[in-house]
Ligand binder design. Structure first.
Ligand SMILES: [Zn+2]
Length: 220
């Protein structure tokens, strides 16, 4: 992100006009690696080089700068999605409130899928009320993902689908290995068991939801 050139959106627009493009993304806000949260690494590096570690104010300014830059790119990509009538795949990490606030003015003009969703039923409902969808990864099979399990139990049909997030987030018992499309079956089995449905029902329903979101046609 820090190294993304200011003109990145021009190139993105050129690429997004290709007829095979079905959505724009991932795009969004990620506050997981802000300068202040990686402070200990910062201090270590400064001491090692004989420098002075940056103070809290400097780090917070750097945080604000990075958040601003992400917000500008996110908005540019949302504008582009509206212009090209494409849905968006949203990445959000530790940035829930800002991501929703950024999306708010676009309500009714584009649909988003919050990929790799692992939040609470309340968060899922907030997105669905705005017309958005979520998608589930191998996290669904992790024992400690209790909020997500509850979301999967409660979420209305046709507001979610499944994904790999390849190469990340392989389901149990493949956790930590490279995730493959074939692993999606394991995620579907877990979703089926949480919702008290058959694997076939979940497969049919999530496929139809994804096809609608990405506007796949039978000829593609
Ligand atoms: Zn992501």
């Amino acid at each position: 992100m820090e190294t993304t050139p200011d003109s990145a959106c021009d190139e993105l627009e050129r690429l997004a006009c290709h007829p095979k493009v079905v959505a724009l993304g991932e795009c969004g806000l990620d506050y997981h690696y802000l300068p202040s949260s990686t402070n200990s690494a910062f201090v270590g590096a400064s001491i090692a080089t004989g420098g002075t570690a940056p103070g809290t104010e400097t780090l917070l300014l750097q945080d604000a700068n990075l958040k601003n830059r992400q917000a500008i790119f996110f908005q540019e990509q949302l504008d582009l999605a509206v212009r090209l009538s494409l849905n968006v795949v949203v990445h959000q990490r530790d940035s829930w409130a800002d991501t929703l606030a950024t999306l708010q003015p676009y309500a009714g003009r584009l649909r988003a899928v919050f990929h790799c969703f692992s939040g609470t039923p309340t968060q899922a409902n907030e997105l669905i009320a705005l017309g958005h969808a979520v998608s589930f990864t191998g996290i669904a099979t992790f024992k400690n993902a209790r909020d997500l399990h509850e979301s999967i139990r409660q979420i209305p049909a046709h507001s979610y689908f499944l994904e790999t997030d390849c190469p990340y987030l392989a389901p149990e018992p493949h956790r930590g290995q490279r995730c493959e499309p074939a692993h999606t079956r394991i995620v579907a089995e877990k979703v089926a068991s949480l919702r008290g449905r058959t694997l076939e029902e979940i497969a049919r329903e999530t496929t139809a939801t994804a096809e609608k979101f990405f506007r796949f046609t039978p000829t593609q």
